[in-house]
Design a protein around this ligand. Structure first.
Ligand code: 5GP
Ligand code: 5GP
Length: 209
């Protein structure tokens, strides 16, 4: 801690698919509008902007910094919508763990969150997949290769796709330090050949809460 860790090599923007997360977890969803069936989310949301090393590891909590919610008060609406804490994660943890390791590219808390939002808006994975015909569905199965190709064709870089059983749980897109897309570390994928993008279906429990 406190600057002992070497500078990171690249960024991974980790996006999660609420339809899959909300199916998997019950423990936080009652307090999380994002998991309520009435307005089932149809966009990938932000899990985090992560500074990573090329060897597959990553630094965390690089210097002591008090997270101050006041610094990002103008971003809170956007963050709540696009960066919900689907597992009850906290933005304070997020900043301390990952944001503090993003320097010298990103130097403070406000920059960390606004930069992440801007990159997320610019590289719109949901839009690219929708335009290629990959839309939320509880019955369709899509070829994993087709999803990867759609993103590669648009960003000229290979993403990483993470699945929970056959459902897409997370898509990570990677960037050089100047935020030009680069390949993620394509090792193994946890996905089968055909995957789903489930729509979240309320189990009715939330309605009575
Ligand atoms: P999980 O167990 O969901 O894969 O990861 C738990 C936490 O570890 C994530 O929320 C994130 O903070 C961190 N993490 C997981 N994978 C990576 C990674 O590839 N890079 C970085 N920087 N952090 C990661
Ligand atoms: P962390 O607080 O280190 O980011 O995450 C702690 C644990 O909760 C990890 O093991 C990770 O699997 C889970 N977790 C927390 N937030 C998220 C999230 O938004 N998405 C996913 N997939 N896992 C999360």
């Amino acid at each position: 801690i406190d600057g002992a860790q070497r500078e990171f090599d690249y960024f991974a923007l980790s996006l999660q698919w609420p339809g899959t997360i909300c199916h998997k977890t019950r423990h936080c969803c009652s307090s999380n509008a994002c998991c309520r069936g009435s307005n089932s989310p149809t966009e990938f949301t932000i899990h985090g902007l992560w500074p990573d090393y090329n060897d597959g590891t990553w630094p965390s909590c690089c210097y002591r910094s008090q997270f101050d919610v006041k610094e990002i008060s103008t971003l809170l609406d956007a963050l709540e919508k696009h960066w919900p804490s689907l597992y009850c994660g906290k933005s304070s943890t997020c900043f301390k763990k990952h944001g503090t390791c993003s320097s010298p590219v990103i130097r403070d808390e406000y920059s960390y969150f606004i930069t992440t939002l801007n990159v997320y808006f610019k590289y719109n994975v949901t839009k690219i997949l929708n335009e290629a015909g990959y839309v939320p569905s509880n019955s369709e199965r899509y070829p994993l290769g087709g999803i990867v190709s759609a993103i590669e064709n648009s960003f000229r870089a290979t993403p990483e796709v993470i699945c929970s059983k056959e459902a897409v749980e997370e898509i990570r897109i990677c960037f050089f330090k100047d935020f030009k897309p680069r390949n993620c570390l394509a090792s193994k994928t946890s996905c089968p050949k055909y995957v789903s993008l489930p729509a979240y279906v309320s189990m009715g429990r939330e309605a009575s809460e």
